[in-house]
Design a protein around this ligand. Sequence first.
Ligand SMILES: Nc1ncnc2c1ncn2[C@@H]1O[C@H](COP(=O)(O)OP(=O)(O)OP(=O)(O)O)[C@@H](O)[C@H]1O
Ligand SMILES: [Mg+2]
Length: 472
Amino acid sequence: MTTMMDTIAPTFAQTGMDPLFETLMSCVSDGILVTDEDGGILCLNNAFRELLDGSGPGAADEAAALRRLGLDRFLAMAGRATCPATATAAHPHGSPLERFIRVKERVRSGGATRDMEFLCGTIGLPDGGRSLKVVISQDRGRDGGLPIQPDPDGPGFITNDREMVSILSRLEQIAQSTAPVLLMGESGTGKTQIARMIHAYGPRAHKPLVELNCAAIPEQLLESELFGHVKGAFTGATQNRKGRFQAANGGVLLLDEIGEFPLHLQAKLLRAIQDQRFEPVGSDETVEVDVRVISATNQNLRNMVNDGRFRADLFYRIAVVPMKIPPLRERVGDIPLLLKHFCTNLQARGYPDDVTCTPEAMRMMMDYPWPGNVREMLNAVEHAYICAIDKAVLPESLPQDIRHFAMGARFKGMRPLTRFAHAHPVQAQGGEDADIRRALELAGGNKSEAAKALGIDRTTLWRRMRKLGMTV
Ligand SMILES: Nc1ncnc2c1ncn2[C@@H]1O[C@H](COP(=O)(O)OP(=O)(O)OP(=O)(O)O)[C@@H](O)[C@H]1O
Ligand SMILES: [Mg+2]
């Protein structure tokens, strides 16, 4: 490949700027690709090369990698946004980037899916006549070190459930206000995901989303963690420190597991949410903030209020917009949708795309009550992929909890195998054989598990299997 300097000299070579230019290019975290007017690659920096390197075999050929990732169309777009040389030199009409076309794109590279934004445009060179096409890639997933946000243009939250759809239909409207939101639901139902969507859809999207799990911080540290402290406020407070409320200033503070928030601090939290003012620990000075608070809990806060474990005034303040997320077992229609979604996600992360699921395994997943809700399903799907046999998800590929549940359901109401065989030694023969086979299948061949489900011990199972002529 011709180097950039060979081609866009004399502009830089004459001025002696090329080493500096090259150094700067290699330092920036955004990817930069520069081509000539015909799309011939002149240079690309490390960040852009890293994107192309993940495109698979042959990535050394940058033009081919560009095509493979479908990024070559951005060069065509670049040709449609031209900035004259005068604009690039002195910025009299603002930054040339303002004229660039911006495109959001989800790129699969290096086994990962990255949410990127591409800026494409053509910049005229001061030597007249010639121009360069420039594509800049910005990784939105890593922007500002914030957690990856759900794509506001994408599905974000997968559901077909009537109740959930009605909650989601109000989400954009809710996101526009600053009213406190209380998300209620069992663990793993998607409360944090919804909180992130409210942040991403609202005017505070470009301000921080700060998350604090109230249960994860020791009670004696929580006040300082949330409101900050001044030097000397307590042993170990060697300097002033801002708390999460200030870190979230202008943005959103997510208070997870709010039900665990200590009673003696609740009045201070109420004032901070209501008046947007508080005093850091050890300080007399009042700090003012502008923070939208979203709380989440898997506890019944109303019962806690009735029992005197949660202040009623705080409850009503944080629950101006209450949202109840139903557990997955109450929206079984979402199970196949989510399964499909998670399979697609895994494939985007580099898992094979030709793994199938047997009807039996599918039925077990449909029947399972998913006590860990969507999070449990996410993990179960990955487990199933890893344990698939010959690219097929079989019952034994599923996590133990699902297999145990299926076994429990299968043998529910059945007399233990020992008594069954005793009472009806002759007729039982056929049924016993089938039950043992079934138990073994559901247990993924694990004899201890199968024996437990059949209500007999492992040795008895082994003896029965031998007697029935089954392979042991
Ligand atoms: N409807 C959905 N569509 C896509 N992904 C989902 C959905 N619901 C939940 N998830 C994913 O499931 C996982 C668990 O969701 P989340 O962390 O939001 O649950 P939670 O209710 O906050 O749980 P906890 O109470 O334990 O904090 C996350 O990875 C989330 O992205
Ligand atoms: Mg959560």
